[in-house]
Design a protein around this ligand. Structure first.
Ligand code: EPZ
Length: 425
């Protein structure tokens, strides 16, 4: 597909409602988990993204039968191979989460080492430490990771905490191997993100015995086999947070439908403290933001759930660019995750970097410009900046956004944004 760009014309006040899609970061490990059983599984509310498309292709190239009808994916991993296809795996780092299920189901796995990416070094040492603790042998050869457990996996006490805290995909990966290990596994320093809880919920539906998901200590009792199950993926809290910021930065009043308010607390608290009014209904699925007449800046430090999510950091930098006063955004998870800063500066933002902290002095308006980002969330931040900038902003390399936001232009048009997709240069 030709490279595309999104032309955003700022100035219109956003209003109306947008329906939030299923979570990308929940769908990916859950789709990988279907490899753990030869039975049929049905996963609903899988967003139509290039990342989930890659995962569906990887499952099918591993030998699983996979059918996809709009948001529902039906898999049947009756007989599968242990080698994941290099040319697909290299396109999506999250492919590493097939290691755990392949190791658990087959006792072997071979996946190419994920490359780094623009938000920084993306090691998987904690994943491998977990697999070794379960009795697997780990070898890195020719750019591939080879795991083998000829005598099967045995439960263990595993500390998954790294120098930057817990690992989301690492926790999921080790959990997916441990559910079929012999005996009890305790994961200390586990990630507590909602996506880990959603994965655990699906595994329990498949017959796994897991307690403590959502806390930093997960207790797993291995079982001999898992059976097929159905699952509805949770709402995407980062897409929802991104549209809340759209409502704050360029809205009058925007309502999100089918969101999950309880997963959005850190973002809601921060936006409210900036003066934006946020109300949700009794179902906890509908949430409305009314943009502040006199918005304020603030301070953010990203950290593991339930603290402020790193995946919302770039979007808040865009918002703070036009909030009066001085704001500070510190990135504790991926210290280099500031690809959006030079591009926001090109739009007139006043941002100074101090180590892993962006010091932002609010300006009264941004000016549209051709911009480019090479990180999914940085690209989204530039679209948000374009919504409130004067003139047109062309966000290039739209494929970054299409990785993580389902039909973002349709959703923005539905709330009155002036956006159009064009062939990129
Ligand atoms: C998941 O990535 C998400 N991706 C990321 O979202 C998200 O930013 C990240 O969690 C943190 O919340 C998916 O779920 C597909 P980590 P993951 O392992 O699991 C270090 C997006 O925009 N680390 O929790 O790969 C690592 O370098 C994406 O949707 C190790 O040191 O992230 C980082 O500093 C971007 N060794 C920190 O831990 C390891 O073995 C957290 O990384 C693993 C991680």
């Amino acid at each position: 597909m030709a490279i595309q760009k999104l032309i955003v014309r700022g100035g219109t006040k956003l209003q109306g409602s947008v329906t939030i899609s299923g979570s990308k970061n929940s769908s990916l490990p859950i789709l990988a988990a279907t490899l753990l059983t030869p039975d049929e599984c049905e996963i609903r509310r899988v967003p139509d993204l290039s990342d989930t498309n890659y995962m569906v292709q990887i499952l099918s190239l591993l030998g699983a039968g996979v059918e996809r009808a709009s948001g529902t994916v039906v898999t049947k991993a009756e007989s599968i191979t242990h080698e994941a296809p290099y040319d697909l795996v290299r396109k999506m780092r999250a492919s590493v989460c097939v290691l755990g299920p392949l190791l658990g189901r087959l006792g072997r796995a071979e996946v190419s080492l994920p490359g780094g990416c623009v938000i920084g070094d993306r090691p998987i040492d904690l994943h491998l430490r977990g697999f070794e603790a379960l009795g697997a042998e780990v070898e890195v050869k020719g750019g591939n990771i080879l795991l083998s457990a000829p005598n099967g996996l045995r439960g263990a006490e595993i500390n998954m905490r790294g120098s930057h805290g817990s690992t989301v995909l690492g926790t999921g990966n080790v959990m997916m191997a441990a559910v079929l290990a012999e005996g009890q596994t305790i994961i200390e320093g586990a990630a507590a993100e909602p996506e880990v809880v959603d994965l655990a919920r699906f595994l329990v539906r498949m017959g796994a015995k897991i307690h403590g998901a959502g806390t930093q200590r997960i207790d797993i009792e291995g079982v001999r086999e898992l059976h097929g199950a159905e699952h509805d993926v949770i709402a995407d809290r980062i897409e929802a947070g991104t549209f809340l910021v759209a409502g704050a930065i360029a809205g009058s009043e925007v309502t999100l439908k089918r969101a999950c308010v309880s997963h959005l607390q850190p973002v809601i608290e921060k936006l409210s403290s900036c003066g934006h009014e946020i109300v949700s209904d009794a179902t906890g699925e509908s949430i409305t933001i009314r943009s502040a007449a006199n918005p304020r800046g603030n301070e953010i430090v990203t950290d593991a759930y339930p603290d402020f999510p790193t995946d919302m950091q770039a979007q808040m930098c865009a918002l703070f660019s036009i909030a009066p006063g001085i704001s500070a955004v510190t990135e504790r998870i991926f210290p280099q995750r500031f690809m959006h800063v030079p591009e926001l500066v090109r739009m007139g933002a006043r941002i100074r970097m101090d180590g892993a902290t962006a010091i932002i002095t609010g300006v009264d308006h941004l000016s549209g410009a051709p911009v480019m980002a090479s990180d999914l969330r940085a690209s989204a931040a530039l679209v948000l900046a374009g919504l409130c900038a004067s003139g047109e902003t062309a966000v290039n390399r739209l494929y970054h956004i299409d990785r993580g936001y389902e039909h973002i232009d349709d959703k923005l048009l539905a709330i009155g944004a002036d956006v159009r997709r064009e062939k990129g240069d």
